[in-house]
Write a protein that binds this ligand. Sequence first.
Ligand code: ZNH
Length: 142
Amino acid sequence: MLTDGDKKLVTQIWEKATQSLPEDFGGEALERLFIVYPQTKTYFPHFDLQHGSEQVRAHGKKVATALGNAVKNLDNISQALSELSNLHAYNLRVDPVNFKLLSQCFQVVLAAHLGKDYTAEVHAAFDKFLSVVCDKLAEKYR
Ligand code: ZNH
């Protein structure tokens, strides 16, 4: 569970990220995902996955927007992600282990851009947040 302190840190760092990171930082996280964990590319046979791909950029934006929506609904993440959880479980059938891999990539992107602002405390809070997101996204897999 996220404490009030975690929620505050998550909200603050997300605000900083959306203000100061390149607009397509979600795409950057996806690009890392595909390079570091190439097995994840199998879910995107219909995408151009080369560096600079417009599809990856656009998809990264959707993923980042969904995360931003979860940040805005920290007291109700489950409901905020309910539709996406259905989509991933029933339509896309993404193995939930992959959610953790993408979370790692988001953390690296944030740390790389935010530098010393991405303190250990912020890292811990954001890690907790992402693991709640992963749990919620995997909730329908039963
Ligand atoms: Zn996912 C889709 C989010 C993870 C795969 N996604 C999607 C979308 C979103 C998301 C928002 C869109 C939807 C619509 O359109 O409606 N994801 C997300 C999140 C996460 C994720 C938030 C975490 C964190 N995914 C993931 C992973 C994977 C995936 C890990 C694999 C690897 N997704 C996917 C796919 C899709 C999606 C395949 C579809 C795409 C297209 O477009 O086709």
